[in-house]
Design a protein around this ligand. Structure first.
Ligand SMILES: *Cc1c(COP(=O)(O)O)cnc(C)c1O
Length: 389
């Protein structure tokens, strides 16, 4: 039976497992920093790469391999390289694949720390980034320079759930001789397969839905073997390594990924529909709603709308803070991808480093609330919101 005929539910539970001689049914966790060789000759063969196998946990660990193989199977990627966090994965992508003098074109609507990383850290080493609209492929074509090597998007975006046309951007990147990298954190491979749509690189913050219960940090980069060799070389040399413990928590969490993503999406769609009918709500942002500007594209490119819903209250910041403070079930935190529903006010938290003008241009209003819909009963979530509406 080959992996590519198995369904995602099965891959998420069965792929990547290598039992020890004890034949444990639960999965072993390998808390070891190094590995012993049978002989000097074997040590030499491992170090030279002539013999595959474990060497040292900065760059080889069986628990980390299970996580990597499982995620690669789900994304349909030749290779996955795991990292200590999502940000480490993004850093490794640039450091492993690019050099000074090259250029990135990135969506304007990406994770705040990714913007800081591109502008303030990577920029110092001579790689410049141009930010363009996530929803207008022509802006990407116009931003291409002879030295452009990387396109970078998140779809749907945070918090307004803008949807980028992955196939269209992949075609423009190909013409430009650049790679398209997709941060697939919001959808996970259960809801969206960027490589099948033409992307070259997938990035994950495993901290979010892959874990699913808000326990550990982790990250990953996926793509073909050639590209991942550069990313792996950075990992091996620089050491932003996923720990064996975190890898174990993550691949156990992934056993329920399919179930969770479907239920997150079902709850989110119902909550989004209900919010649209509330008189205090000016606008709801959710790709699964027909009122979403890229609804048709989202439904082509994704299985469902996902678990993130944003909405704008008519009463501005006062109304938003009142609603947030009145909740008793939802957690007031900026994290997402948890079975526990989280609620946040982007203008004063995740997007507070932007100027008011930048926020206005980006469409982040003072009355905007983002909910990462969890797995509680959706009626209880509605009642929780009604307390402050
Ligand atoms: C959280 C997040 C990241 C960063 O991941 P960490 O694991 O926190 O380093 C990157 N991209 C997106 C879309 C995220 O939500």
């Amino acid at each position: 039976m080959s992996d590519d005929i198995l369904h995602p539910e099965t891959l998420a539970i069965r792929s990547g497992i290598h039992r020890t001689p004890y034949n444990e049914h639960g999965d072993a966790m390998y808390l070891t920093s190094s590995f012993v060789f049978d002989s000097a000759a074997q040590a030499a063969a491992r170090f030279s790469g002539a013999e595959p196998g474990m060497i040292y946990a900065r760059f080889t660990n069986p628990s980390v391999s299970v996580f990597e193989e499982r995620l690669a199977a789900l994304e349909g990627a030749e290779r996955c390289v795991a990292f200590a966090s999502g940000m480490a994965a993004i850093l490794a992508t640039v450091m492993g694949l690019m050099r000074a003098g090259e250029h990135i074109v990135a969506s304007r609507s990406i994770f705040g720390s990714t913007v800081q990383l591109f502008n303030n850290i990577i920029g110092k080493f001579g790689v410049e980034t141009t930010f363009v609209s996530p929803t207008d492929p022509e802006e990407w074509r116009a931003a291409v320079r002879p030295n452009t090597r990387l396109f970078f998007i998140e779809s749907p975006s945070n918090p307004l759930t803008e949807v980028s046309d992955i196939a269209a951007l992949a075609a423009i990147a190909k013409d430009a001789g650049a790679w398209l990298a997709v941060d697939n954190c919001f959808c996970t491979p259960i809801l969206q397969k960027p490589l099948a749509l033409g992307a070259d690189i997938i990035i994950h913050s495993a901290t979010k839905y892959l874990d699913g219960q808000g326990r550990v940090l982790g990250g990953a980069v996926l793509g073909n073997k050639d590209l991942m060799e550069g990313v792996y070389t950075f990992l091996r040399t620089a050491g932003p390594t996923l720990s064996a413990f975190n890898a174990w928590v993550l691949f156990k969490g992934m056993e329920t990924l399919d179930l969770r993503m479907r239920q997150h999406s079902e709850n989110a769609l119902e909550l989004a529909r209900w919010l649209e009918s509330q008189p205090q709500v000016a606008r709801v942002f959710y790709p699964g709603l027909p009122s979403h500007p890229q609804h048709a594209l989202a439904m082509r490119q994704q299985v469902t709308g996902g678990g993130i819903v944003a909405f704008e209250l008519k009463g501005g910041k006062d109304a938003a803070w009142r609603l947030i403070d009145a909740t008793r079930i939802m957690s007031i935190t900026a994290n997402l991808g948890d079975v526990k529903t989280t609620i946040t006010h982007p203008a004063s938290t995740t997007h507070s480093r932007m100027t008011p003008e930048q926020r206005a241009t980006a469409g982040i209003g003072d009355g905007l609330i983002r909910i990462a819909v969890g797995l509680e009963h959706v009626d209880d979530l509605k009642s929780d919101l009604l307390r402050g509406m």
